[in-house]
Design a protein around this ligand. Structure first.
Ligand SMILES: NC(=O)c1ccc[n+]([C@@H]2O[C@H](COP(=O)([O-])OP(=O)(O)OC[C@H]3O[C@@H](n4cnc5c(N)ncnc54)[C@H](O)[C@@H]3O)[C@@H](O)[C@H]2O)c1
Ligand SMILES: O=C(O)C1=N[C@H](C(=O)O)CCC1
Length: 251
């Protein structure tokens, strides 16, 4: 039998971290060697001999965690959101000095959410209008969701590549926030509602027709196959990978 992958979980007391701890413990090819939360010393990850660390913490600490882990030669799977292009560029630069270390940052590990983003990018060039609505539990600290940002950025890139005009919108008078956030020219709306977990709709419109692409995560177990895939694959992917779609054979 091949060697078990030794895994550390950061944010282990959180909603996602606790679910990842259980998933790693249940996986026959993985071994949970450290479970850290706020206030714990990151040095425990290396002391435990972790090959891969999984970060589901908070947007304010995740980047610092990644740089420290990269310095220690530990591969990282990051699910924490709040990353912007500048923060990703800093990690990419840092990894250039650490050949052999891999970091995967993915705003959503649910396979259906990754497919939603993929289908939205495919559909984007054929529709005049598009807006993204994300719906989450009210304990979420960031808005819009990392998934919605990634979705809108992908749609915007597909529209640019197809030479489409700006999305039509005659609004000249509105209350602040009524038209949502502008992500690369795509409007993104964030709903927070008790009872929800993580949901997204991409609305695409043409004269006389609408296409709706919707994904629902009803339970955090929906993210686990993607997280475990990341843990298994990241050691063989040096450098920075952004998005789980790069690990799936989506064509
Ligand atoms: N990529 C995905 O598929 C996916 C899915 C769900 C959630 N998320 C993201 O994951 C993050 C966590 O979500 P959550 O719902 O589990 O939040 P949560 O608030 O339940 O958990 C965060 C945990 O991180 C801990 N923490 C804070 N600072 C820390 C530090 N320096 N070191 C270690 N732990 C620390 C907190 O104490 C808490 O236990 C959010 O950014 C969320 O958007 C991503
Ligand atoms: O519960 C959360 O918080 C989630 N955050 C991610 C995001 O911001 O996209 C993914 C879905 C759940």
């Amino acid at each position: 039998m091949s060697e078990l992958i030794r895994v550390a979980v950061l944010g282990a007391a959180g909603r996602m971290g606790a679910t990842v701890v259980r998933a790693v413990q249940d996986a026959p090819d993985l071994e949970l060697v450290a479970a850290l939360d706020a206030g714990d010393d990151l040095a425990r990850v290396t002391a435990a001999g972790a090959h891969v660390a999984v970060d589901f913490t908070v947007p304010s600490v995740t980047e610092a965690n990644v740089h420290a882990l990269v310095d220690a030669g530990v591969h990282v799977v990051v699910g924490t959101t709040g990353w912007d292009d500048e923060a990703l560029a800093r990690v990419r630069d840092h990894l250039a000095d650490r050949p052999g270390v891999g970091v995967l940052v993915a705003p959503n590990f649910a396979l259906g959410a990754v497919l939603t983003m993929h289908f939205a990018r495919q559909a984007a060039r054929w529709f005049e209008s598009v807006e993204v609505v994300e719906l989450h539990h009210p304990d979420k600290v960031d808005a819009p969701s990392g998934t919605a940002r990634h979705t809108a950025q992908g749609i915007a890139a597909a529209r640019r590549a197809a030479g489409l005009d700006a999305v039509p919108d005659a609004t000249t008078q509105s209350l602040d926030g009524a038209r949502g956030a502008d992500v690369d020219g795509v409007r993104v709306h964030a709903v927070r509602l008790r009872g929800l977990v993580a949901h997204e709709e991409v609305l695409l419109g043409n004269a006389g027709e609408q296409l709706t692409i919707r994904h629902d995560s009803f339970d955090r177990v929906s993210f686990m196959p993607g997280v475990l895939l990341g843990v298994r694959r990241v050691p063989a992917r040096p450098g920075l990978t952004v998005g789980l779609e790069h690990l799936l054979d989506l064509g």
